[in-house]
Design a protein around this ligand. Structure first.
Ligand SMILES: [Zn+2]
Length: 406
């Protein structure tokens, strides 16, 4: 049951003034919708403190949502569009800390490549409260237990309900002020030539095979305003981008090697390029993690299409959060984290804190100018960039003009 508590003293990691809604057990979507409606009415934006919060007492799982007066996201200045990609989350999400990091990065738009957890509904509810324009595609882990939608209440349906229009699977979301449209690929993809969760795809989307899936993606593009760029958001990338283990969608297990991309996505992109004049400067996806399963090196995360008109970006930096203290999630990444002198200094001065990964894309006048893997250090009261690795720079590659003939 949802209750609105009185204003309470801020959590140790937050300096903002809070009002808290709290409950026990798993929060219901109804509760999230009610908070959103209430906040819209009073002109506030909602977010949650960490889940569960406050810490569980008497063995009961408690949770809360807070509201506060957030500054609005930045408007597009001239024709610069900055996109922050949150790659596969795999449980590593904290709305307060990720909001602080994004407030520093100032994106116009946030894209999520899915795999939030194993049908982790509370986490997806928390993502839905992020006060930035955003688009989401659910991954194979987000349909971990649900094989079809015959039961009315299931984790997949709850995630789809709470995300609403922001889930772009086989849909388009227009951002007129940015002159940009996000088009979603096939939800729940796990890569390769077989449909994952086919019953679910049949029942919800009428998709029975790869051809009909490609058709659904193309249909979603119909009606895109002529002056918009199209950015495709999928859980897994398309086939055709290489078959080495380290390629952007390369298979890195079972002997390694092989193209593990989605054939329907490649088919759809080819068809769109043949039949429309809409520029598609960027395709964003995740699923295939940056660190190869063999632990021998890293995956290529950005590759240019053979027609030099489209960049393919894999955002799956996993784990996406590194802590300065050992915990269950991040033990493996601790040594890497501590090697960075700036992070080490931050850890020593501030106790436990986190560094959070985003891939930041800057598009200027319709051209992708820069892509960078960006780590933001967040402590209780501030956020700062501690590492930035440039993955792509337009002027370094001679450049290409989306939509122009080559
Ligand atoms: Zn996945």
């Amino acid at each position: 049951m949802l209750k609105l508590a009185h204003q309470y003293s801020a959590s140790p990691s937050c300096t903002l003034s809070h009002y808290m809604y709290h409950g026990v057990g798993i929060p219901r979507n109804d509760d999230v919708f009610r908070i959103k409606r209430h906040n819209e009415r009073v002109g506030l934006r909602a977010f949650s403190c960490s889940f569960p919060f406050p810490p569980s007492d008497a063995g009961r799982r408690r949770w809360c949502f807070c509201r506060y007066d957030a500054p609005p996201p930045p408007m597009a200045s001239s024709s610069l569009v900055r996109i922050a990609v949150v790659g596969d989350v795999h449980g590593l999400w904290n709305l307060e800390e990720d909001r602080m990091a994004l407030q520093l990065l100032q994106p116009h738009l946030v894209l999520f490549t899915g795999d939030f957890g194993e049908e982790n509904v509370p986490l997806v509810q928390s993502v839905s409260l992020l006060p930035f324009p955003k688009a989401v595609i659910l991954g194979n882990h987000d349909a971990w237990y649900t094989h079809d939608l015959s039961r009315q209440q299931n984790g997949v349906q709850m995630q789809l309900d709470v995300l609403g229009d922001e889930h772009v699977g086989y849909r388009r979301l227009d951002f007129p002020s940015l002159k940009l449209s996000i088009v979603g690929g096939r939800p729940f993809s796990h890569g390769g030539d077989q449909l994952f969760r086919k019953k679910l795809l049949v029942r919800r989307y009428g998709v029975v095979d790869m051809d009909s899936s490609a058709g659904r993606i193309c249909s979603a593009v119909q009606g895109t305003p002529d002056d918009h760029l199209v950015v495709i958001l999928a859980h897994n990338g398309p086939t055709g981008l290489g078959s080495q283990a380290e390629d952007v969608c390369g298979k890195d297990w079972d002997g390694e090697g092989g193209d593990h991309g989605d054939p329907d996505l490649e088919q759809a992109i080819c068809q769109l390029k043949e039949t429309t004049s809409l520029p598609i400067p960027l395709v964003v996806f995740g699923h295939m993690h940056k660190v190869l399963q063999s632990r021998k090196g890293s995956r290529k995360m950005v590759v240019e299409g053979s027609d030099k008109k489209t960049l393919y970006l894999n955002g799956a930096i996993v784990p996406r959060v590194k802590r300065t203290k050992v915990d269950d999630h991040c033990h493996d990444s601790l040594s890497g984290f501590m090697r960075n002198e700036k992070w080490k200094a931050a850890a020593e001065s501030e106790g436990e804190s986190t560094a959070r990964a985003f891939t930041v894309v800057e598009i200027l006048d319709g051209i992708v100018e820069k892509i960078a893997e960006t780590w933001v250090h967040v402590d209780g009261s501030n956020a700062r960039i501690v590492e930035e690795e440039t993955l792509y720079l337009y002027r370094n590659v001679g450049g290409f003009q989306p939509g122009a003939s080559v």
